[in-house]
Write a protein that binds this ligand. Structure first.
Ligand code: GRG
Length: 304
């Protein structure tokens, strides 16, 4: 869970409102599927509506604040990135991948239900993300070309050059010691692409100067790596109960991680360096970027 307002910025006061908004939109998206079989729906709800931090939706709302896009227009985007994220976690936990038993403090979806149901729930969540984006009533009031661009960003982020490609490279690298460049290439895709899309998608609904959009993009690309390095560090710093997922699973799966490649201190230093570059990108974007700055600080320092 994200603790309220640890930093000196009012975005902390808006967190709960945004989390409630996206949770409502997620529940609505899942319940809209009238024809969904009962067990499949239960597995989808279990995978999505549990205690996630909702970092990607929060990034989308904060980006909406910067771009001047109303939260109502961001709701479907926020839900769609969380649906893709939830599907990725369900599939990542499967026996054929990381084979994990614990996620968000409770049994993984395949442990709670069964493997086939978990595979199908993940598949369904991914499709639901695109249905949510393409059928949302509020998004329908924006120009069709911008909406199409939004859908394309999510598809690219989730797809073979993005998250799935990153996961594939990550699995190929198991048991081998990757260098920092290879590690960065994996994580720009696996974790970074969806975070980047979460930040960039709302901006596509606004008339933003190209230079500002480029800065936002540079911010988002650095932030994804900060998130991943912190995730790797948490695996070595925290126990399983605090983490709510299996600590040490990277080591058990013989994965190259930032602490393994750079050392713990080296990984911390790299996260700070990337965070500094990311924050510098926001400086000229004005007070509208305060929410993104708050989230960047949270991501650098998070403890779960
Ligand atoms: C299976 C197609 C496929 C992709 C899986 C992102 C991913 C690719 C797997 C997740 C593995 C993992 C733990 C990556 C590290 C970064 C990450 C995505 C952490 C979990 O995200 P949080 O901390 O999770 O935002 P919550 O539970 O808070 O939503």
């Amino acid at each position: 869970m994200i603790a309220r307002a640890p930093l000196d910025n009012a975005f902390g006061d808006r967190l709960e409102t945004y989390r409630e908004r996206v949770n409502r939109r997620l529940a609505q998206a899942i319940s809209n599927g009238d024809g969904t079989p009962r067990r499949l729906r239960a597995a989808m709800e279990y995978s999505v509506l549990g205690a996630g931090k909702r970092v990607r939706p929060l990034l989308a709302y904060a980006s909406g604040e910067l771009a001047g896009v109303a939260a109502e227009s961001v709701d479907a985007i926020a839900a769609s990135v969380e649906l893709v994220h939830a599907y990725s976690l369900v599939h990542d936990d499967l026996p054929a991948m990381d084979d994990d038993d614990l996620r968000r403090g409770r049994p993984t979806t395949h442990r709670q239900f069964d493997e086939a149901t978990a595979i199908l729930a993940g598949d369904a969540l991914q499709a639901l993300a695109f249905e949510t984006l393409s059928t949302d009533d509020v998004l329908a009031s924006h120009p069709a070309a911008a909406r199409l661009e939004v859908v394309a960003w999510l598809a690219r982020a989730a797809g073979p050059a993005g998250m799935v490609g990153g996961q594939s490279l990550d699995m190929e690298a198991e048991g081998r010691r990757a260098g920092e460049a290879a590690l960065e290439n994996i994580h720009r895709r696996k974790t970074g692409a969806l975070m980047r899309a979460s930040i960039m998608m709302p901006s596509l609904l606004a008339d933003m100067p190209a230079a500002a959009r480029d800065k936002l993009d540079a911010f988002s690309r650095n932030l994804g790596l900060v998130f991943q390095i912190r995730d790797d560090l948490l695996e070595v710093e925290q126990d399983t109960v605090t983490l709510g997922k299996s600590a040490g699973s990277d080591r058990a799966n013989d994965k190259s991680t930032y602490p393994a490649v750079l050392g713990v201190d080296g990984a911390r230093a790299r996260a700070h360096e990337l965070h500094k570059h990311a924050s510098a990108m926001l400086e000229s974007l004005g007070p509208g970027a305060d929410g993104l700055a708050w989230l960047a600080n949270f991501i650098l320092r998070r403890s779960s």
